[in-house]
Design a protein around this ligand. Structure first.
Ligand code: DGL
Length: 283
């Protein structure tokens, strides 16, 4: 993965404003971010990679997640990405510093929304739903010491929910039971604000709300990430100059037929999926 500057077709990575934005996640969760990017930046072409063969990242080692993030970023660079959004809290927590050091283009990461949650809570208790690697990352510890000092933050690792969203099951009995299992302890501790610290979870908002009730505030950082992408593209004079709607292309390292069904379900329109080339897949 050394060959950052090599691009297909002999082009260099001096990107023009009409090149696409790359977005990736361990699977389909990052689509919750892609949807916000599409609203914020309607003219941009978007490339989305679901590393489905490696999901869930929450059960992988940091070394594995770093290696996958580097391989996917390299793939997106070969597809002429002018910027990359790491639409995954886990990959951001573990690998975003490495990606920024290695790839000379804007790299925008996720950050569990502890800061807005700490200012919004009235009960003084904030719950965070995220994967174990996110909650144990040094980036997250920094976030807690910067913004969590004056409130109680209750951390809830929520691993198996990711699998349910990967299957496209947003409301079945197993998913509901897991939401109960993870959300109930936060409510019992007095949380009135819950941070959705995994990009898969905004797809479960209806179910989480059913369990948590209408008064509990759910915070998803995807809108802020889409705005940050706009800001970074503007600053780099990389915003698309087109006025026509941008395109979307999707890749997966998993089985395209399965993943295509789930992505089409989550986005509520039919998409076509391509396979990530084998040299960018996990060995
Ligand atoms: N969507 C991811 C995140 O934001 C990854 C979850 C996983 O693969 O475990 O953390």
């Amino acid at each position: 993965m050394q060959n950052v500057r090599a691009r297909s077709g002999g082009r260099t990575n001096r990107t023009g404003s009409d090149e696409p934005v790359g977005v990736f996640d361990s699977g389909v969760g990052g689509l919750s971010v892609l949807k916000e990017i599409r609203k914020e930046l309607p003219a941009e072409d978007l490339l989305y990679v679901a590393d489905s063969a490696s999901a869930p990242y929450g059960e992988r080692s940091n070394a594995f997640i770093e290696q996958r993030a580097a391989a996917i970023a390299q793939f997106l660079v070969t597809r002429h990405a002018k910027a990359i959004v790491v639409a995954c809290n886990t990959a951001t927590g573990v690998a975003v510093d490495m990606l920024r050091a290695r790839f000379p283009l804007p790299i925008i990461g996720m950050e569990p929304a502890v800061k807005p949650a700490a200012s919004a809570t009235k009960s003084g208790v904030v719950g965070v739903l995220a994967t174990a690697p996110t909650l144990t990352s040094s980036r997250f510890s920094r976030l807690l010491s910067q913004h969590g000092a004056d409130v109680e933050i209750v951390l809830q690792p929520s691993p198996r929910l990711v699998d349910e969203v990967e299957r496209g099951d947003l409301s079945g009995g197993a998913t509901r039971a897991l939401v109960e299992e993870y959300v109930r302890p936060l409510l019992d501790r007095g949380a009135d604000t819950i941070v959705l610290g995994c990009t898969h979870f905004p797809f479960l908002t209806a179910l989480i709300r059913e369990v948590a009730g209408p008064e509990v505030l759910l915070i998803d950082p995807a809108v802020a990430v889409a705005r940050e992408l706009r800001r970074r593209l503007e600053a780099g004079k990389l915003l698309s100059s087109r006025t026509t709607p941008g395109s979307e292309q999707f890749w997966t390292s998993g089985r395209p037929d399965n993943v295509q069904r789930v992505i089409s379900h989550l986005l509520r329109h039919q998409v076509t999926l391509q396979s990530v080339p084998p040299e960018f897949c996990a060995p």
